[in-house]
Design a protein around this ligand. Structure first.
Ligand code: ADP
Ligand code: MG
Length: 729
């Protein structure tokens, strides 16, 4: 095994950066080249089909079955012209990643000859065998059929030689089995609720869309080193490994110059991304060694999320051309920063207004304030649901690990906005505000954005920060599908906006003027949700104490967090607003528990195997060398000389023995605990059992392995060490 490690290191040393050349200096020359976008639809579809697809896109409806045939024919003509031979319905099942089943365009014609076919029926609806996707008991295996149907709001694209059609995935009986269907529902729900509120300010607003700009963090590890770490291969993270003497202490990686091999990889995947219409814009080094980030220009949330999933897929593929592996796990290495996926989130109207952007005009600013305050209140009322949307097995290592916000949800607004909210509370007493006071307040808001956008007043430790014209939800995990977070945020805001409308209308009905009514309701909301606002250091111990005093929740257990999907409040938001049916929500929660349990189960197995098959034998081999050494000393020295010389060495032998025995015992206990947990039938109970009694051993066992790593001969240590994984290139 140690041979493998040294071979891998040799390979890494010999690597050269690959030359990558942009197809053209002008990205616009090849941007969207592989996307069936509107200009291509116009070219390949007849007028009727084109118009009908555009209407379907604009109104968020399914395409008319009657024209599906024409659309399919046009899409196929374009795809075949681009070299495509297969097509697939591309969807987001409840696993990590996306799914696809490729079918050839070919079919037998009536006379038995081979023809290329792709009918409208196939475009609109397909029935993949769904029995092996997680569904939380929603779908009996004997009706192992799920339907997929084209999501027209996300255009088809070609990867390699396959035409991919973004689709929703629902069960035979109509329950959503994916992330896309509920995301679309949540966005629909916020569209309605937000338009209603916008109507107070501007009658021209008839549609509100959600905007999302994700920032994707990841690690790059050399292929050869990756392949000598079974834990990375099987679990996505290192289950053992002593900290490197140097890692990120010197802050010399962040925004440092990008290594050449890495830059080639970045260029290469960016080219692919551009061809697929993904507007990737920013690339830089992150805090930890070998950690990087990529971020696009924001887009409509559903499309942006498709693009995020697609980019992750492309990155994995392109990385291999450069002998790299991309790690999307939230915490691949203990002791240094993990990876997140900041979700920059806002709402935009059909009139071109960003609803979370304050401006110069007082009327717009009351609208901005209304949305801002409603977001704060929605987050306050739904901390647990918001956390549940992001707290996974992987992300649980990251939250609260001195690099990421804790498991306490709080909102950062910046000092200026905080002052404005305080002013509202103060000014909107029971008396009416004078028109001047109102204008003054609204005008004051216009000064805020520059400062926040300028980064000077930003708080990097907040899980949910206002950043000048959007909120940035930073607690999302790097491997996550953004949908979970987006479903939660948009549903809680939709629910809140409805409540706001009711409260304001009630006052208006009683004769209060519109602006006055809005100010009064905002004042009430500002006061009740005050506790969620926090401007200080979110990583500090004091905040944990303070948050507890404020009654904010701090949940670190994944199963406990998952259970919060089913509280009365969460049900009210998710079921009450039509995002999930009762059964769907329960099914989804079951899937989450199962996913957690399975990840723990796999990690426990891999850890046990590595400990017993790799580490213990290596430690014993080294210990035998020491024993032989001591025996030799005994042969050539006098007893008293020997005693003096050998005592430290004998201690060393004992120390190795202690670690080896501890590992063996704890692995045995962990296996027993696992066996016991596996007997539990109930998925929820099992997840709790795994968290409490199996996961419990991971750090304990690791502790002894990491100690051995420090003491055993480097020449025989089987696994690449942290310094090699993080610094060899
Ligand atoms: P920073 O590191 O300062 O947070 P980045 O440029 O890395 O900034 O990422 C900011 C992200 O926020 C980008 O994806 C950007 O497109 C996105 N963004 C900007 N405005 C909005 C908006 N109105 N809605 C959603 N996302 C936005
Ligand atoms: Mg950011």
């Amino acid at each position: 095994m140690a041979k493998l490690r040294f071979q891998a290191l040799q390979e890494v040393i010999s690597r050269q950066p690959k030359e990558v050349i942009f197809p053209s200096n002008e990205v616009s020359d090849f941007f969207c080249m592989r996307v069936f976008d509107k200009p291509k639809m116009e070219k390949f579809l007849n007028r009727e089909a084109y118009k009908s697809v555009i209407i379907a896109i604009d109104e968020g409806k399914a395409i008319d079955r009657k024209i599906a045939g024409q659309v399919a024919a046009g899409m196929k003509a374009w795809a075949v012209g681009m070299g495509a031979t297969h097509y697939t319905h591309w969807f987001h099942p409840l696993t990590d990643g996306t799914a696809e089943k490729h079918d050839g365009f070919i079919e037998f014609g009536v006379s038995g000859n081979m023809i290329e076919n792709f009918s409208g029926k196939l475009l609109a609806q397909q029935e993949p065998d769904a029995s092996s996707f997680p569904s939380g008991g929603l779908r009996n295996t004997f009706e192992a059929r799920g339907y997929t149907a084209w999501d027209v709001s996300s255009p088809a694209f070609i990867v390699d030689t396959t035409l991919c059609i973004p689709t929703v995935f629902v069960s035979y009986t109509g329950e959503a089995l994916d992330y896309k269907a509920p995301l679309l529902k949540a966005m629909n729900s916020i569209d309605k609720a937000a338009v209603d509120v916008c109507q107070y300010f501007d009658k021209n607003v008839t549609k509100v869309i959600v905007t999302l700009g994700w920032e994707q963090e990841y690690f790059l590890i050399d292929d050869a080193l990756y392949n000598s770490r079974p834990d990375l291969i099987l679990t996505g993270r290192t289950l053992m490994g002593h900290q490197s003497s140097k890692d990120q202490q010197l802050d010399d990686h962040y925004f440092g110059s990008i290594p050449e091999r890495v830059a080639s990889f970045m260029k290469d995947f960016e080219i692919e991304a551009y061809k697929l219409g993904i507007p990737v814009k920013t690339r830089h080094n992150e805090v930890a060694p070998n950690q990087f980030e990529c971020a696009p220009i924001f887009e409509e949330a559903n499309l942006s999320n498709d693009h995020n999933q697609l980019v992750m897929d492309i990155m994995k593929r392109v990385a291999q051309r450069h002998n790299f592996r991309v790690l999307f796990h939230e915490k691949p290495f203990a002791g240094i920063n993990g990876s997140g996926k900041h979700n920059n989130w806002s709402l935009a109207t059909n009139t071109g207004i960003n609803l979370l952007s304050p401006g110069k005009n007082p009327k717009g600013n009351l609208q901005f304030l209304s949305f801002l305050v409603n977001v704060v209140k929605a987050v306050y009322d739904n901390q647990d649901l918001i956390r549940a949307s992001i707290l996974t097995a992987g992300n649980s290592h990251r939250l609260g690990a001195n690099e990421a916000p804790p498991s306490i949800i709080s909102v950062f607004l910046g000092s200026q906005l905080t002052t404005i909210l305080d002013e509202i509370v103060e000014k909107v007493t029971n008396r009416k505000m004078t028109p001047d006071e109102k204008t003054e307040l609204k005008l004051g808001i216009g000064k805020i954005p520059e400062i926040l956008l300028d980064n000077t007043d930003r708080n990097r430790t907040s899980p949910f920060a206002f950043t000048g014209n959007r909120f940035e939800f930073r607690a999302v995990g790097s491997s996550a599908n953004c949908s979970n977070a987006m479903i939660a945020l948009n549903s809680v805001l939709a629910n809140q906006l409805k409540e706001f409308k009711t409260d304001v209308d009630t006052l208006i009905d009683k004769g209060t003027g519109k602006d006055e009514a809005i100010f009064q309701v905002l004042k009430k909301y500002i006061l009740v949700s005050e506790k969620i606002r926090f401007e200080g250091d979110g990583y500090s111990e004091e905040w944990k104490k303070e948050a507890e005093k404020r009654g904010l929740t701090n949940i670190i257990s994944v199963p406990v967090s998952i259970s919060k999907y089913l509280t009365k409040q969460s049900r009210k938001v998710l079921i009450g607003n039509g995002i999930f049916a009762e059964k769907e929500l329960e099914g989804r929660v079951e899937v989450e528990y199962e996913k957690f349990t399975k990840k723990m189960q796999i990690e426990a197995r891999v850890l046990g195997d590595l400990a017993i098959n790799h580490i213990v034998p290596t430690a014993i081999t080294y210990q035998n060398t020491l024993i032989r050494n001591v025996q030799g000393l005994k042969d050539i020295f006098t007893i008293s000389e020997f005693k003096e010389l050998a005592s430290v060495r004998i201690e060393h032998i004992k120390e190795i023995s202690l670690h080896v025995s501890a590992i063996k015992q704890q692995v045995k206990d962990m296996i027993d605990a696992r066996k016991k947990a596996n007997l539990i039938g109930d998925v929820k109970e099992k997840a709790f059992e795994y968290e409490k009694n199996v996961r419990f051993y991971f750090d304990k066992i690791r502790y002894h392995i990491d100690k051995l790593e420090l003491t055993v001969d480097n020449e025989i240590w089987p696994l690449p060490k942290y310094r090699e994984l993080l610094f060899s290139r």
